[in-house]
Write a protein that binds this ligand. Structure first.
Ligand code: HEM
Length: 255
């Protein structure tokens, strides 16, 4: 896990720790980043070899076995490596940020903490409403418009590049009543845009939802309360994601 954390951080290093609009890293930072990414590539290459020789019930074995339909062939080692890379960059930071934002909501609403501890079945609604209001992916992918379009009175010609702001859609008052209220009783609480929609929808949405639910189930079983610690600056990374650089929490252990 510590290795995975280091490699995951290396993938997003420029976005989180880079300076200025172009996210510039120092030469030394860039060298460190490339060393970490090189290690990660070697690690995955080793796993791919292992799984090709002896498949198991896991994602890398599946990727080694699956046929790339458009080309009618299996994936190369490098392609499997690329997908694993995308899964780490797509899955690690996002889910961490989701849980970190949820922790802050619970620190600010101790009554909600007590409610979830009492009724763990509500955790799923809690994580969904939290993802709507505090989307880790504030904005992400780009799309090119195929034809002229008008978005809320703004004319956008065909061929425009759009940067999608999922977090803005999540607080659209035409879609969500009192959009800035945290309300777990909303109908269709999963109807937010945090994982995007359509053919490019996040392929990790289901596992991330599961991870978030399990994280809170386990934690709530073990602690009676949670509060902010002393050292919080609440600095967030400057990029397209909503994520604290660090979060200091204290817990009271359950009897
Ligand atoms: C709270 C957690 C997560 C959030 C908020 C999130 C959000 C997103 C969003 C908004 C996209 C862009 C979709 C688009 O372009 O329309 C995306 C793509 C992607 N996500 Fe996630 N994601 C999360 C967790 C995960 C996990 C756990 C994985 C993998 C295990 C993952 C893997 C990916 C990959 C590989 C893509 C690229 C898909 C493509 O371009 O076709 N994500 N995610």
């Amino acid at each position: 896990m510590p290795d995975l954390e280091r490699w995951g951080n290396a993938q997003v290093k420029a976005f989180v720790y880079g300076r200025g609009h172009r996210n510039i890293l120092t030469e030394e930072e860039t060298r460190g980043q490339f060393d970490d990414l090189g290690e990660f590539k070697e690690y995955v290459a080793g796993k791919v070899q292992e799984r090709r020789a002896e498949p198991q019930d896991d994602m890398i074995s599946f990727l080694c076995d699956v046929t790339y339909e458009a080309l009618g062939r299996k994936l190369t080692d490098l392609e499997v490596n690329g997908i694993v890379y995308a899964m780490v960059i797509g899955g690690l930071e996002t889910t961490q940020y989701a849980i970190a934002e949820q922790a802050q909501i619970l620190c600010e609403h101790p009554e909600l903490f007590a409610r979830l501890k009492e009724n763990p079945d509500d955790i799923r609604q809690f994580t969904e409403e939290a993802m709507r209001l505090r989307a880790p992916t504030q904005g992400l992918s780009t799309r090119m418009t195929k034809h002229d379009e008008v978005f809320q009175g703004v004319e956008v010609p065909a061929g425009s590049l759009l940067h999608l702001r999922y977090a803005a859609a999540n607080v659209d008052p035409e879609e969500f009543e009192c959009p800035y209220d945290f309300d777990m009783s909303r109908k269709a609480v999963t109807r937010h845009m945090t994982f995007s929609q359509g053919p490019r929808v996040c392929p990790g949405a289901t596992i991330s939802r599961l991870e978030q639910t399990i994280a809170w189930q386990r934690l709530l079983e073990r602690v009676d309360s949670m509060a902010y610690g002393e050292g919080n600056t609440f600095l967030h990374q400057p990029g397209i994601m909503l994520g604290t650089l660090s979060l200091d929490l204290t817990f009271t252990k359950s009897a």
